[in-house]
Design a protein around this ligand. Structure first.
Ligand code: AMP
Ligand code: ZN
Length: 477
């Protein structure tokens, strides 16, 4: 039985989707104003693993994750760079897709953008005003927080405690410091859309209420994001959806990932203590980065340091080596044939145990470190039993089980092989190129014996060289 920790109730609860066999899930995606940092990537990776595990359990998952493509950060950055907000968004949405592919994130069912849903946002804001929970001041629209007694339901911050310490900033026209913007009147040089309140743009929180309802219907099952979004973003989302659409609990389970930290501090752009996902992925094996990002339980903090990444590289290497050990033994047995031995029975037992253990840990609020520990026990069993295995069938089952469980963590063991193969081809091309360069130099200095020897020895290795007017070419015969 799958148990998930629900921020709304602050308890682990049995997971039961609203519709049988179908999970509807929304995860707050990036604001596309800059390169995402590796902390953002943690959020993307853990929710991808949660989705993959739900699919493994047999659910169909509709997975929506948005792009925030209009807000203050977008406008400021576009102005700094002298480009339009739309061009800025296009650039970093493209970057997101590259990172998503390198981290092996499954494509979302839809990646909607805020600016594609302006009419729906206007519609929701109008409903909130009609229902008496929003008001207009000079083209701005605010949510009237004191009118919403359920405010604080997610963050557990009582309404009166909330007002302490808050001030209405100069230039803001809200009635109460706790109120938040649903719609912002146009300022010069900003992108804007027509609305019943004049030209303007949506406040940040509005988009997720609208797109969640549009693509999933409300109530839906899971809403995810980082812990920093509990307040105010998700608190405001509940208030908006409930006030507009009359659904008291628009989301059944609220899941929040812990922070990626550097020296126990949250990694963040504003604090300046961050590494971009791009630089980390450029410096480390992509699969090891993905493995590292899901190696901690998703609600706990995860520290970012070189040692942790090196450890992920080594751990992954051990798992891949076990897969190679199995493959090697399968090819020997395929040639020689063989009979079932005692080791075969033990490995069958280990296959059963790893699946059970993995599921037990993942059923406990997606406890990936526990699930990975089960995989390591299995790796030890593979290494000790494989030499004595008599029949390939059990090895094939061991390999497919290992691959299947690793794929829930976002690691494709088959792909690891392709990548290694791809790398060998690159190295081969480089080495042949280098030999041909040495041969050209030999020919230039009239050392024909050396030049011919290189050509002949390559021929022995099935690599034929042809001299063309554009220089030598080669191919494998
Ligand atoms: P943003 O682009 O800032 O809207 O963030 C995208 C996602 O990353 C959100 O779900 C954030 O809560 C999450 N996030 C931001 N910083 C961190 C961090 N240091 N560790 C984990 N998740 C984070
Ligand atoms: Zn959101």
């Amino acid at each position: 039985m799958l148990q998930v920790y629900n921020t709304l109730t602050r308890k682990k609860e049995e997971f039961k989707p609203i519709e049988k066999n179908h999970v509807r899930m929304y995860v707050c995606g990036p604001t596309v104003y800059d390169y995402p940092h590796i902390g953002n990537a943690r959020s993307f990776a853990v929710f991808d693993t949660i989705r993959r595990y739900l699919e493994y359990k047999g659910y169909r998952v509709t997975y929506i994750t948005n792009f925030t493509d209009i807000d203050d950060k977008m406008i400021n950055r576009a102005n700094e760079e002298g480009i339009s907000v739309a061009d800025l968004a296009a650039r970093f949405i493209a970057e997101y897709y590259i990172i998503a592919s390198e981290l092996n994130l499954k494509p979302a069912t839809v990646n909607p953008r805020a600016t594609e849903h302006i009419d729906d946002i206007i519609d929701m804001v109008s409903k909130i005003i009609e229902n008496g929970h929003g008001y207009v001041v000079d083209g701005d629209v605010y949510f009237d927080v004191p009118s919403w007694s359920n405010y604080g339901v997610l963050s557990k911050i009582p309404l009166d405690e909330l007002s302490a310490g808050l001030r209405v900033n100069v230039g803001e026209k809200k009635k109460d410091p706790r109120d938040f913007a649903l719609w912002k009147a146009e300022k010069p040089g900003e992108p804007s859309w027509d609305s019943p309140w004049g030209k303007g743009r949506p406040g940040w929180h509005a988009e997720c209420s609208v797109m969640g309802k549009y693509y999933l219907g409300i109530p839906f099952d899971i809403h995810g994001g980082g812990q920093d979004l509990i307040f105010p973003h998700h608190e405001n989302e509940i208030a908006q959806s409930a006030a507009a659409y009359g659904e008291k609990t628009p989301v059944k389970y609220w899941l929040h990932n812990g922070f990626l930290t550097i020296n126990t501090e949250k990694m963040s752009k504003s604090e300046g203590n961050f590494f971009t996902a791009r630089e980390v992925l450029d410096n480390y094996d992509h699969q090891a980065v993905r493995f590292y990002l899901v190696s901690g339980q998703y609600r706990q903090p995860l520290d970012y340091n070189d040692k942790a990444l090196k450890q992920a590289i080594q751990s992954l290497e051990r798992i891949k080596n076990a897969a190679d050990t199995i493959r090697g033994k399968i090819s020997i047995l395929e040639k020689k044939g063989g009979r079932r031995t005692k080791a075969d029975d033990k490995l069958s037992e280990a296959i059963k145990k790893v699946r059970e253990g993995f599921e037990r840990e993942m059923d406990d609020d997606f406890n990936t470190p526990g699930a990975i520990a089960e995989i390591f026990t299995f790796v030890r069993d593979i290494n000790s039993l494989t030499p004595d295995i008599g029949n390939a069938a059990v090895l094939r089952e061991a390999l497919s089980t290992l691959s299947e469980l690793m794929s829930i963590l976002g690691i494709n063991l088959e792909k690891a092989e392709d990548e290694a193969g791809g790398k060998s081809v690159e190295v081969l091309k480089g080495v042949v190129g280098l030999l041909l360069e040495v041969r050209e130099n030999a020919r230039k200095s009239k050392d024909y014996a050396a030049a011919d020897m290189i050509r002949d020895r390559l021929k022995e290795l099935s690599i034929s060289v042809a001299d063309t007017k554009d220089g030598p070419t080669w191919k494998i015969e």
